[in-house]
Design a protein around this ligand. Structure first.
Ligand SMILES: NCc1cccc(NC(=O)c2cccc3[nH]c(C(N)=O)cc23)c1
Length: 232
């Protein structure tokens, strides 16, 4: 998160850190006791290894009361996701067991009504992604508030030039923005997850390249289907 602030500890109890060999790779969030939603692009450099999922954390390194690392039973990238574009950039992770819910570990509801969030709505996004252009990685969760921009503005020739589909949404990226390692985290508007951070053009903090999110509502049926069909 560029030019945000350290989040209030454990006030985003749905946040997950997707890790490989103890290293934070991507964000994610708890959508059910045994399920985390993230971004399919996060599996690009994992060489087929399964993530481990850290829940209940504020600091990535310090001991905290409800912090716990969960093994992943299975990972389900959306079948339409691919390395060449940002389409269907969603990843469902089934935890090896149901997460123990408590004050620091809670499910976040996601939007099921497929209607665009109005432009200028101020939403919040959090993550353990890089916090400056030198690539400094934070120990503590950061957050930033960003206004939604319309798909027409985001698709302008000088911005994302028509690549933003109706399954995507954008927020203003002037100075304050998402960045490397924030992918997979939720864009939360009025307490509901509306989108999932996607790296898009990978650029951070440049107003010419607004932040892109995969809208969740269009994928509610896919999410429900995977959760229902995976072994209970
Ligand atoms: N503001 C939009 C936004 C949201 C989330 C992430 C990103 N930016 C990256 O993720 C990124 C940035 C720089 C080098 C990179 N290399 C790689 C990679 N996978 O090799 C990713 C990146 C940008």
């Amino acid at each position: 998160i560029l030019r945000g602030s350290v989040a209030r500890p454990h006030l985003k109890p749905y946040m997950a850190s997707l890790q490989l060999d103890g290293q934070h790779v991507c964000g994610g969030f708890l959508i059910a006791e045994q399920w985390v939603l993230s971004a399919a692009h996060c599996t690009e450099e994992t060489d087929g290894k399964l993530f481990q999922v850290l829940l209940g954390a504020h600091s990535l390194t310090e001991p905290e009361p409800h912090k716990r690392l969960y093994q992943v039973r299975a990972q389900f990238p959306h079948p339409g996701s691919n390395i060449h574009n940002n389409k269907d950039d969603l990843l469902l992770l089934q935890l090896e067991e149901k997460a123990e819910l408590n004050a620091d570990v809670r499910v976040l509801p996601f939007q099921r009504e497929d209607r665009d969030v109005a432009a200028d709505t101020v939403c919040e996004v959090a993550g353990w992604g890089t916090i400056d252009h030198s690539g400094t990685r934070p120990d503590k969760l950061h957050q930033v508030e960003r206004p939604v921009i319309s798909r027409d503005v985001c698709n302008h020739r000088t911005r994302h030039d028509g690549t933003i589909t109706q399954n995507m949404m954008c927020t203003d990226s002037r100075r304050k923005d998402t960045c490397k390692g924030d992918s997979g985290g939720p864009l939360v508007c009025d307490g509901v997850a509306e989108g999932v951070v996607t790296a898009g053009s990978r650029v951070c903090g440049n107003y010419k390249k607004p932040a892109i999110y995969t809208r969740i509502a269009p994928y509610a049926a896919w999410i429900d289907g995977v959760m229902a069909s995976a072994d209970g």
